[in-house]
Design a binder for this molecule. Structure first.
Ligand code: SF4
Length: 637
């Protein structure tokens, strides 16, 4: 891996690389060759074409530095003039090779699985075919001449380029941020442009530039064999062909075009090296932000009244086959409120949150009677990026490793708020400072891998703060972090809420975290909310046997490390497995006949609580046989 100075911009790195001996050599060679290609035919075109029957097949002299050919034309002038055609055809073939290779290389990640496999297998077979034979085979098919040779050489480069791109793409496509982008519904084309290509750019550019040197040699070879450029046109290969039979008489005339091929080939190799060192992994330009989308603060939207920010009624997430992972939940989140959503994995808590953010992965389908955010129907008017921020478990999932953190943040403001590039960059630094990232100006120029785990999560929270979030949905935001960092991130979330007045929907399997941060807790089981209670009642006064069991499974400071923690026997039902009764019944110690027959609905349980249970803890159970006593006490008795 070439050395990267991530603190300086690409221009600085390029400047620095160009000041190294290899950089100076490459730059000088490129400029020289370009100059010769542009000016050569202009200055020496006539001299190279002038036939002089008095000076046929002469050796080198003051008048003819490399001698003359069989028509008395100046060979030195012809070598110089041939530069333009040679380079033009080489670059043309390279465009075909690189373009074709990129297309075939990226295709398996974009097209369907079957076609993708077919493409991969075809590329594999072609790569296994000896390159030179393949080239000659193509040259024979396309016939003698410049066009045929360009096509043959270009197409011969496609399989190795495609193989390289396929391998690189496969490694990038398996990464979390691509999976996250997929979950976020990023389209295939955007996925390729935004996530795949930037992350494979560096090795691809290096390969393509160096392969161009190979193309030059291959093309010259075809011309030398008489399969490429045909008279009266001439490139270096053709000149070599014409002069080789006189190599013992006038060696310079034959060696000059050969040397031109070798030196220019080396130049491409060096140029590739310099580009790779300067960090070919360049961020693509952000799309021009749509102007005039700045939300008008005076335009107060209609609300659902009573300070309700989010209102969802009968929210369902259905997958093909009719499997419902979220089975008709209803919830309100007040402005500024912190609500915890807890439950075992598979309970539907993450999907419920994704449904609010309009991020349910394909082929999941979201339906709801009501789905309102700040008075707007979320289905018509998704709010992600402006008023709704998401924080995921793995911060790397939300950050593209190829882009500088500051740039990624700035894009949110550019795309969603119509900010200019400079405004976006300034706000990014400001937001990084707000989440207490030290030296934010410097950190903004770094890439995610230069951040620690906790700092990345801070950066993701900062990304959420690029808009003016009214709701932050945090899905297991601290699970991937170590304990000390968890605390910092939780403190930060609390601070952010205080400063911005945003509401928080915190999804967690960790009741201790929820108890620390939230005002209210929603407990989910088998795609439904089974209890809605204030956090103060969570640890001691939960009414649903499932909530009780969850609380019983949490270790406390006083738990003897030697004692076994309570676990909930059995497993939650899969979507589609829920029958007519209470879905918790098979695992519930309080279950009665009624529980197996009919599912309880969420209904009021005191002034500020709801529970979905026929025999909630804290009431006399039907039949009066079960005392109003704690579930934990029952379980241990
Ligand atoms: S309804 Fe019955 S089975 Fe379901 S949680 Fe309540 S007591 Fe247990």
């Amino acid at each position: 891996m070439p050395h990267h100075d991530h603190d300086s911009s690409l221009r600085h790195r390029l400047g620095r690389t160009l000041r190294t001996p290899i950089g100076i050599t490459a730059l000088t060679a490129c400029l020289l060759v370009a100059l010769v290609a542009v000016l050569g035919p202009v200055l020496l075109g006539d001299r190279a074409a002038r036939i002089d029957t008095d000076a046929i097949n002469q050796g080198s002299s003051a008048a003819h530095l490399l001698g003359t050919d069989q028509l008395g034309r100046d060979i030195a002038a012809r070598v110089v003039v041939a530069t333009r055609l040679t380079l033009r055809l080489t670059l043309l073939a390279a465009v075909i090779g690189v373009g074709g290779g990129l297309l075939l290389g990226v295709a398996p990640a974009v097209v369907g699985r079957r076609l993708g496999r077919l493409i991969t297998a075809t590329v594999g077979v072609l790569v296994a075919f000896p390159g030179l034979l393949f080239l000659l085979f193509l040259a024979t098919i396309f016939g003698v001449g410049s066009t045929g040779a360009v096509l043959a050489v270009g197409l011969a480069m496609v399989p190795p380029m495609a193989r390289l791109v396929q391998n690189l793409t496969a490694s990038v496509a398996g990464s979390d941020y691509v999976a996250a982008a997929r979950i976020l519904g990023v389209g295939r084309f955007k996925m390729v442009v935004r996530h795949l290509l930037p992350n494979i750019a560096e090795p691809s550019v290096l390969f393509a530039t160096q392969a161009t040197g190979g193309i030059l040699v291959a093309f010259s070879g075809l011309s030398f064999l008489g399969l490429g450029v045909q008279p009266p046109q001439y490139d270096w290969g053709r000149l070599l062909n014409e002069q080789l039979n006189r190599i013992f008489v006038n060696p310079a005339a034959a060696l000059a075009p050969g040397a031109a091929v070798v030196l220019t080939g080396l130049m491409f190799g060096l140029a590739g090296e310099v580009l790779a060192q300067a960090g070919g992994r360049r961020a693509p330009q952000a799309p021009e932000p749509a102007r005039g989308q700045q939300p008008n603060p005076s335009e107060e939207p209609a609300t659902d009244g009573d300070g309700v920010l989010v209102r969802a009624c009968d929210l369902r997430v259905t997958f093909p086959g009719g499997r419902q992972a979220v089975r008709g939940i209803s919830l309100d989140i007040a402005r500024g409120e912190a609500v915890g959503l807890v439950g075992e994995s598979g309970s539907g808590k993450s999907l419920s949150a994704l449904a609010l953010a309009d991020l349910v992965p394909h082929p999941g389908r979201v339906t709801a009677g009501t789905l309102r955010f700040d008075g707007h129907d979320l289905r018509d008017d998704p709010r992600l990026g402006t008023e709704l921020a998401m924080v995921f478990q793995d911060p790397m999932a939300s950050l593209n490793p190829a882009l500088r953190v500051g740039r990624q943040l700035a894009e949110v403001a550019e795309v969603h708020l119509g900010a200019s590039r400079a405004q976006g960059a300034a706000r990014a630094v400001d937001r990084l400072r707000a989440v207490r990232i030290p030296a934010p100006e410097r950190r903004a120029r770094q890439r995610p891998h230069e951040y620690s785990g906790g700092m990345r999560q801070r950066a993701v929270i900062a990304m959420g703060l690029m808009g003016e979030p009214k709701l932050i949905i945090a899905d297991e935001p601290t699970t991937a972090l170590d304990v000390a960092v968890q605390e910092q991130v939780l403190d930060l979330l609390a601070e952010v809420r205080e400063d911005s007045g945003a509401a928080l929907l915190l999804i967690s399997h960790d009741l201790a975290v929820v108890a620390q941060v939230c005002d209210r807790v929603l407990v989910m089981y088998a795609g439904r909310i089974v209890e809605d209670l204030p956090v103060t009642a969570l640890l001691g006064g939960a009414a649903h046997p499932y909530t009780r069991a969850l609380v019983g499974a949490v270790p406390t400071m006083t738990t003897d490390p030697g004692t076994e923690l309570a676990t909930i026997p059995g497993r939650p039902p899969e979507p589609g497995e829920t029958g007519g009764g209470c879905p918790f019944a098979p695992r519930c110690e309080r279950a009665r006949e009624r529980c197996h027959r009919t599912a309880p609905e969420l209904s009021d349980f005191g002034p500020d609580r709801q529970v979905a249970c026929w025999f909630p803890v804290g009431t006399a159970a039907a039949g009066g046989s079960v005392a109003a006593t704690s579930y934990a006490a029952e379980a241990t008795s």
